[in-house]
Design a protein around this ligand. Structure first.
Ligand code: KG4
Ligand code: ZN
Length: 352
């Protein structure tokens, strides 16, 4: 029997199994992570090795350094995840890994590591889309959450508004026409002299600031649910440069608060429009930017006022982790999806 046929048979058996444990790996950017997840909902163990201190020296992620660091860390995070769970590969039913979108070298490290493990352990390997992983972080935090719902996915590389019709079934409603929300946060933070990743630092700085200090444009791209952050970012950079040229000291907290307000207002406005038009009553947030305090608070206020159900991943599940990949993999496995040993990294993989 070929390896592929053997894996397919195992996967078929797992579709009926009551308890399915998946060991998942995430390596699409600068976090090497491994987690063991039961039935898509329960975190048995989770390990995240962040490379952020290394990349902070360069002001952003250096792809080649990220790939090498993943190679160094992958065995360690897998061992640690098994150890924390008190398990061996004999207790695991399937493997999963992110195969896109992300940095090609970083993705390849995880994909190759898991293909090798799949071959040696004879465990089926489930391929996972990183953005689907972010959406699935909500299944780990809100145990009774079921599709359909609307999800606002805002990370360093992506800003999407999607209708989650069913597990693994999405309709793309809107997306950014230029920069991603997290990318805009990181660029604005850099102008304020903050290090990488700037989003959380800018947000901290904004806490004591006056958010009406600077009025920023409120772009409306053609698509009803689309976002645009590039004009906002440029207006912000120009305002800062002008003050700099005049020798004025930058009121950093006020600038940070004004910028954060502009981004969060846009995200809330588009999400409300999509939710209202859909006729659905549940909105989920996902991705690194969903850890933003102002976004979470503003959405909570809207949920109270407009009577919809708001779900947000726990803070640590908003940014990159492997637990969310293990959750997404469970629902893919239930549909019978399996990666062959020819699985490749797909850096520009889309969700829909
Ligand atoms: O989802 P993620 O960890 O990685 C990608 O898939 O891109 O998102 C990282 C992004 C970075 O741009 C980071 O600055 C932003 O999320 N971010 C935040 C906050 N925490 C992370 N942005 C604003 N406020 C935060 N608290
Ligand atoms: Zn991510």
């Amino acid at each position: 029997m070929t390896t592929q046929m053997e894996m397919q048979q195992k996967l078929e058996a797992l579709r009926e199994k009551e308890t399915v444990r998946i060991l998942a790996m995430e390596s699409s950017c600068d976090e090497t992570a491994c987690a063991i997840i039961e039935n898509g909902r329960k975190i048995v163990s989770s390990v995240i090795f962040s490379q952020v201190d290394t990349h902070a020296l360069y002001g952003g992620v250096v792809p080649e350094i990220a790939s090498r660091a993943h190679v160094d860390a992958c065995d360690r995070v897998i061992d640690q995840a098994l150890k924390e769970a008190g398990m061996t590969f004999g207790d695991v039913d399937a493997l999963a890994c992110t195969y896109g979108p992300g940095l090609v070298g970083a993705l390849l490290t995880g994909v190759n590591c898991m293909k090798g493990l799949s071959y040696t352990t004879r465990l089926p390997l489930v391929p996972v889309n990183h953005i689907e992983g972010h959406v699935s972080a909500n299944f780990l935090t809100t145990q009774d959450l079921e599709p359909p719902f609307i999800c606002l996915v805002v990370s360093g590389g992506h800003s999407h508004l999607v209708r989650v019709n069913d597990y693994g079934d999405y309709t793309l409603l809107g997306q950014t026409v230029d920069d991603a929300a997290g990318e805009a946060f990181d660029k604005a933070a850099r102008v304020l002299g903050l290090n990488y990743p700037g989003g959380p630092l800018l947000s901290k700085l904004a806490e004591g600031g006056n958010d009406t200090y600077l009025t920023l444009p409120h772009p409306h791209p053609d698509g009803r649910y689309d976002f645009s952050f590039s004009g906002l970012k440029t207006a912000f950079l120009n305002a800062c440069h002008k003050m700099d040229q005049k020798g004025e000291e930058l009121p950093k907290a006020d600038l940070a608060a004004s910028f954060e307000k502009a981004v969060v207002d846009t995200l809330c406005e588009r999400a409300m429009l999509a939710l209202k038009d859909s006729g659905l009553n549940t909105l989920c947030l996902a991705g690194g930017v969903s850890a933003n305090k102002r976004l979470r608070t503003q959405m909570e206020q809207l949920a109270k006022k407009r009577h919809f159900r708001l779900c947000m991943p726990e803070l640590w599940l908003c940014t990159d982790n492997a637990a969310m990949i293990g959750s997404a993999a469970y629902y893919r496995l239930r549909k019978g999806e399996l990666a062959g040993l020819d699985l490749n990294a797909v850096p520009a993989l889309s969700l829909v």
